[in-house]
Design a protein around this ligand. Structure first.
Ligand code: NAD
Ligand code: UDP
Length: 329
């Protein structure tokens, strides 16, 4: 195997797992990241791997790579609501300018480009579960619009390069994915609840907890992405775990798993927080022969063990913040 893949967002949660997977398959992997939400630690174990190299770079700036590339996976982007509410302009830029740069690079290298889209392009969905042919319900000017619209633009420009330039492109619509290497302070519900349990704090439910999510373990997600990249399907494909749960019931599961004696407290629901989310994965099953294998109980145990083994410094540096100020209209 002498193929080379460039992975942007490599120091992040999903990007670092993708680097591992492609190295395991025998590819040469170039990781790229500017560390805005990622962490060098996620790639430390690859330091002595001769098939791995790393370029620190902001993908919204022109990208220069001297060697041939076979595949590009564009995963750079803030991904947690708190991150993209804190850095809205960077979020818009990485989804638009960054994607444009990567499309240009893929065209110059005659490489296949896979972009990381998201269930957020469906917004607060009126169709349930979400199928790929649903156009979505996004508030363009709401606080989450910076992420949702950047990702929607990303899909549009990717399809334009596919149609106009004949570029080989793939679009994965990722639904809530979790696992080791998530940042304990990224504000997403799993690190938030697990961090709170480990620090002996109350678990914060936003709203009344009736909103639902469907959580996919990272290994399943990576398998789906890998299969999609190697498939010949250019249209968007949902990859996620359809097993849906309300946030209230999920908090109960976390309490059981962690053994915390803390209680649940309620805070305001962030503006435009989607009320329901579940992927319809019929398409992925059909064209990729893919479906998730890791159930929530198993995946959550592995994830909790990862957080439990972080140092005290990590645990407290990542003290859960009250981000209700970011929920401004
Ligand atoms: P993450 O924050 O852990 O990783 C994102 C990485 O991108 C970070 O390392 C960050 O430093 C890097 N980055 C951001 N802007 C950059 C820039 N301009 N130049 C270079 N690097 C930059 O988030 P994640 O959960 O790993 O998400 C990765 C991708 O998957 C994102 O595109 C996200 O939108 C998408 N996604 C993730 C989920 C999920 O549940 N994890 C769901 C839907 C979509
Ligand atoms: N949430 C919560 N408490 C927290 C963090 C998140 O109740 O401490 C809720 C949030 O409002 C949302 C769900 O959990 O309804 C999932 O949030 P997350 O940020 O993980 O991802 P989203 O799917 O909203 O992008």
């Amino acid at each position: 195997m002498n193929k080379t893949v460039l992975i942007t967002g490599a120091a992040g949660f999903l990007g670092s797992h993708l680097c591992d997977r492609f190295l395991k398959e025998g590819y040469n992997v170039i990781g790229m990241d500017n560390f805005i939400t990622g962490d060098k630690k996620n790639l430390e174990h690859l330091n002595s791997n001769s098939k791995f190299s790393f370029i620190k770079h902001d993908v919204t700036e022109f990208i220069k790579i001297d060697i041939d590339l076979d595949y590009i996976l564009h995963f750079a982007s803030p991904a947690s609501p708190i991150d993209y509410l804190k850095i809205p302009i960077q979020t818009l830029k990485v989804g638009s300018l960054g994607t444009h740069n990567l499309l240009g690079l893929a065209k110059a290298k005659k490489a296949r480009l896979l972009i990381a889209s998201t269930s957020e392009i469906y917004g607060d969905p009126l169709v349930h579960p979400q199928t790929e042919d649903y156009y979505g319900n996004v508030n363009t000017i709401g606080p989450r619009g910076v992420y949702d619209e950047a990702k929607r633009f990303q899909e549009s420009i990717t399809m334009a390069y596919h149609r106009f330039h004949g570029l080989e492109t793939r679009i994965v619509r990722i639904f809530n994915t979790y696992g080791p290497r998530m940042r304990l302070n990224d504000g997403r519900v799993i690190p938030a609840f697990m961090g709170q349990a480990l620090r002996g704090e109350d678990l914060t439910i936003f709203g009344d907890g009736s909103q639902t999510r469907s959580f996919c373990y990272v290994d399943d997600q990576v398998e789906g992405i890998y299969r999609l990249l190697l498939s010949d399907y250019a249209y968007p494909v949902n990859i996620g775990n359809p097993h849906e749960i309300s946030i209230k019931d999920f908090a109960e599961e976390i309490i059981k798993l962690t053994g915390t004696t803390q209680k649940v407290i309620y805070k305001d629901l962030p503006v435009n927080d989607p009320m329901q989310r579940q992927p319809d994965i019929t398409l992925a099953k059909k064209i990729l022969n893919w479906e998730p294998k890791v159930n929530r109980e198993e995946g959550m145990k592995i994830t909790f063990n990862y957080f439990k083994n972080l140092s005290e410094t990590e645990l407290y540096k990542s003290e859960h913040k009250d981000f209700s100020n970011y929920n401004s209209k």
